[in-house]
Design a protein around this ligand. Structure first.
Ligand SMILES: CC(=O)c1csc(NC(=O)C2C[NH2+]C2)n1
Length: 130
């Protein structure tokens, strides 16, 4: 229905802005592109569902997010993947875990600060009906 398509267009514009803003932050550089298996050969032995911000931008353009909650699920996936792949006590792992938690908290804060709750409710209502 045309009104619903206008709502989903607005959602995609909003999510692109959030995704671009996260990808511009150098703290999150490690999460901006898929892990290169040439560089990290065992990554996909451990992480079964890789996710990154570039892939998320492509998913927006392919209409794969029908509400902000679904976008945040992929942010959570980026975060949990990083915590699982970097579990050790050493400083390098700790830094990556801290960056992952900062990505998650920053994404949730941007959505909460810039998204109308009844806009999100409307998106979920459309999703649930489809
Ligand atoms: C995206 C992501 O979580 C990632 C990419 S490389 C990496 N970790 C390392 O390279 C070593 C530090 N202990 C293993 N984590």
């Amino acid at each position: 229905e045309e009104i619903e398509e206008a709502t989903l267009r607005e959602l995609r514009i909003f999510l692109r802005e959030i995704c671009a803003k996260l990808a511009r932050n150098r703290t999150f550089y490690i999460f901006t592109k898929p892990v290169d298996e040439e560089v990290v050969p065992d990554y996909r032995d451990i992480i079964k569902e890789p996710m990154d911000l570039e892939t998320m931008m492509t998913k927006i353009d392919q209409h794969e997010y029908e509400c902000a909650q679904e976008f945040l699920c992929d942010i959570d996936l980026i975060c949990t993947n990083a915590l699982e792949y970097n579990p050790d006590r050493n400083p390098e792992d700790k830094i990556i875990r801290h960056r992952a938690c900062t990505l998650r908290d920053t994404a949730y804060a941007y959505i909460k600060a810039e998204m109308d709750t009844d806009f999100e409710d409307k998106c979920r209502e459309i999703r649930d009906r489809r």
